[in-house]
Design a protein around this ligand. Structure first.
Ligand code: GUN
Ligand code: ZN
Length: 440
């Protein structure tokens, strides 16, 4: 234990749950749970985790004890796909993907040319993530490099592990939002050099989706990845049927939509693709073999009428899957609400999402999709101390339902179906409390 003699070391006493494996493979043994647990923190990291009765007697006096009995402590949620500049157009009525982009998204993203707009929005966005218990995200900025600076600066102020990138988009979008293949390469490269690995910032090369990039731009996105090992890639694939048909027209030589990205070297570990709905078996097999990951965005897929993500098929092929809100196509910042809709998407496909798998997806599963499980998404000693304290009785209805819940699985299920930001009592980032919910 690394607490001895460390100024500022602290320990949180609560019920504690995290995952050490995928419940789809290990069942309930994938979860480690301490009904009366202690999480010991030092230097912003987890120093030790275990039952209170075993750890409390050896706790040095200098360690500050934070008593949160009655709360459930879990790793902070990780959102593997979200657009911070779309915060203001969340809940915009009446369109499917391509119309929605033209009607709402592009005009909203135009405003981020103004760095003051970008800064204000990035600050609000980070606070909203923390209010919802999300401590890390893989995030789209806009085409404007200053929008990337703004989100990394806002995340750094809160010491959050944030992954983000400048949208690369050189065609099929309004002039005010397009770059060129060469300028997008230059700007992305400069941003990588400025931000990747600085504090907790990680850069993601961000071609918006195949229809808005020329072949030259996709080629240069691949070159950025080759030139900067360790950098991420994020994009969208196979979300909407009209989009899939458009890609077939634009890239007639490709076997499938996913194959376009493969052709340019964009399928690889640390590449995360949102949606992945309209794929075939060959696509899923290729995704698994490449090490790329899927971001499952249930609220967005339902809201935009895109289709139903096939969680079992992803698992059958061994593809990594993370959970994501996809705000502003998605309708909530809350990963609890996102799990609520994930459960219903699975139901519509005749599949059964257990509460264990659900909370795994929101934490360790998403960390694995990002290849960050050594740092976040779980509470193993040495991990960054990013965690949430959840109040399972946050509303009268939740309190009433929890009284009837016979075991932890039932409580977790009620939490994901009924919970939202009201259930997030506190969010900690690298051992520091960054959000406390004010009860009305
Ligand atoms: N495909 C291309 N751009 C976007 C976007 O901003 N949101 C969603 N949901 N899909 C996209
Ligand atoms: Zn998206």
């Amino acid at each position: 234990m690394r607490t001895e003699g460390k100024a500022g070391a602290s320990a949180v006493r609560a019920s504690i749950l995290h995952f050490v494996a995928d419940p789809a493979e290990a069942g309930e043994a994938a979860a480690e749970y301490f009904d009366d647990g202690l999480l010991i923190l030092a230097d912003g990291k987890v120093a030790a985790l275990g039952p209170s009765d075993a750890l409390l007697p050896g706790l040095p006096e200098a360690v500050k004890l934070i008593d949160r009995r009655g709360h459930l402590l879990m790793p902070g949620f990780i959102d593997t796909h979200i657009h911070y500049p779309q915060t203001d157009i969340i809940a915009s009525h009446g369109a499917q993907l391509l119309d929605w982009l033209n009607t709402y998204t592009f005009p909203a993203e135009r405003r981020f040319e103004d760095v003051a707009v970008a800064r204000e929005s990035a600050g609000f966005f980070c606070d909203e993530l923390l209010r919802n218990g999300t401590t890390s995200a893989l995030c789209f900025a806009t085409v404007h490099p200053q929008s990337v600076d703004a989100i990394f600066e806002a995340a750094a102020e809160r010491n959050m592990c944030m992954l983000a990138g400048k949208v690369m988009m050189d065609r099929h979008a309004p002039d005010f939002l397009t770059d060129t293949a060469e300028s997008s390469y230059r700007d992305s490269k400069a941003l990588i050099e400025r931000w990747h690995g600085r504090g907790r910032a990680l850069y993601a090369v961000t071609p918006r989706f195949a229809p808005t990039s020329s072949e030259r731009q996709l080629e240069l996105a691949g070159r950025l990845l080759e030139e900067h090992p360790g950098v991420y890639l994020q994009s969208h694939v196979a979300e909407n049927r009209d989009e899939v048909a458009w890609v077939a027209e634009l890239f007639p030589w490709a076997r499938s939509y996913l194959d376009v990205y493969d052709h340019f070297g964009l399928l690889r570990p640390k590449a995360i693709y949102a949606h992945c709905i309209h794929l075939d078996a060959a696509d899923r097999e290729r995704m698994a073999a490449s090490g790329a990951a899927m971001a499952f965005c249930p609220t967005s897929n339902l809201f935009l009428g895109s289709g139903l993500f096939d969680l079992e098929a992803a698992g059958a092929f061994g593809v990594k899957v993370g959970l994501a809100t996809d705000v502003g196509g998605g309708t909530s910042f809350s990963m609890l609400q996102t799990l609520n809709e994930a459960y219903k998407v699975a139901q519509m496909a005749g599949q059964n999402l257990s509460p264990w798998r659900a909370f795994y997806l929101a934490t360790l599963g998403s960390a694995r999709a990002l290849e960050l499980e050594q740092r976040i998404g779980n509470l193993a000693p040495g991990c960054d101390a990013d965690f949430v304290l959840l109040d399972l009785a946050a509303t009268p209805l939740m309190a009433r339902r929890m009284e009837k819940a016979g075991n932890l699985a039932e409580r977790l299920f009620a939490l994901m179906m009924l919970g939202d930001d009201r259930a997030v009592a506190e969010s900690y980032v690298a051992g520091v409390c960054r959000h406390v919910r004010c009860r009305p």
